[in-house]
Design a protein around this ligand. Structure first.
Ligand code: HXC
Length: 258
């Protein structure tokens, strides 16, 4: 599939997916989300890829779902077209880690897309918001649920009801992003973080991702049980033997994803 709204490349072991609708601040239209789902699904299956990075431009990660595309839709259209749902499911289904590298605006569906990734590294220019209320709608790609889990009810509620933006400092303080870096270093920093993950055993990386994500879906007791089973299972891998032997022999591990 030749993409019209994305630029993709594999750098070392990392699939770098850049949203590319510069005239609309990377607004998410159906074509972009369909292409993104395709790119993520293929990267997830590609043995040459160990980590996926999704980014936008310096000015905008994505300024939301495409308002032009949505403006004339009716309730019946939205309810029957499954608007964006299947495409976002493809992103959530990836087993490989996905990092969002956010610079500039991450608004509405853009903020929701970033929150669907496994973690967010933001530039100091990043602005997060759920301004759908200004359009007479509400978030529709998980924003009322995920933002609340990230930053707590009070802040999430205020953002959804007023539409105000959160800057990078506030986003880091509130736990929405893992780190803030200077805008000029964003991609370099994210790629170095991705490279660090790419060195690990893909089996334990997938397991850690699955277990952390599980914490959002279940009770503490069930989540801890889930973790314990996954932890025990890793002792059936060669990489566990290698990782521990390497530590004891004071050398770097050579993981083989086995
Ligand atoms: C379509 C968009 C857009 C969007 C920006 N553009 N955001 N087009 N959908 N979400 C377009 C503008 O129309 C304009 O095109 C060009 O991008 C540049 O934007 P400007 O507004 O001129 O830039 P600026 O003055 O710098 O303001 C930036 C901005 C503003 C603050 C980000 O663009 C803005 O408020 N955008 C909308 C943000 C928003 O409401 N997002 C939520 C959408 S609803 P032209 O052709 O005029 O140059 C949503 C629902 C998700 O996300 C759920 C889906 C299931």
């Amino acid at each position: 599939m030749a993409y019209k709204t994305l630029i993709t490349e594999i750098r070392d072991d990392v699939e770098l997916i850049r949203l590319n609708r510069p005239d609309a601040l990377n607004a998410l239209n159906s074509q972009l989300l369909c292409e993104l789902a395709d790119a993520v699904t293929k990267a997830d299956r590609d043995p040459k890829v160990r980590v996926i990075v999704i980014t936008g431009s310096e000015k905008a990660f994505a300024a939301g779902a495409d308002i032009k595309e949505m403006s004339e839709k009716t309730y019946a259209d939205m309810a029957t077209e499954n608007f964006f749902t299947n495409d976002s499911n493809a992103i959530l289904a990836a087993r490989k880690p996905i990092i969002a590298a956010v610079s500039g605006y991450a608004l509405g569906g853009g903020c929701e897309l970033a929150m669907m990734c496994d973690f967010i590294i933001a530039s100091d220019t990043a602005k997060f918001g759920q301004p759908e209320i200004n359009l007479g709608i509400i978030a529709g790609l998980g924003g009322t649920q995920r933002l609340t889990r990230f930053v707590g009810k009070s802040k999430a509620m205020e953002m959804h009801l007023t539409g105000r933006f959160m800057d990078a400092t506030e986003a880091e303080r509130s736990g929405l992003v893992s780190r803030v870096v200077p805008a000029k270093n964003l991609l370099e920093d994210v790629m170095a973080t991705a490279a660090k993950i790419a060195e690990k055993s893909a089996i334990s990386v997938a397991s850690a991702k699955e277990a952390v994500n599980r914490s959002y879906e279940t009770t503490l007791t069930e989540g801890v049980l889930f973790e314990r089973r996954a932890f025990y299972a890793l002792f059936a891998t060669e990489d566990q033997k290698e990782g521990m032997a390497a530590f004891l022999e004071k050398r770097a591990p050579q993981f083989r994803d086995k």
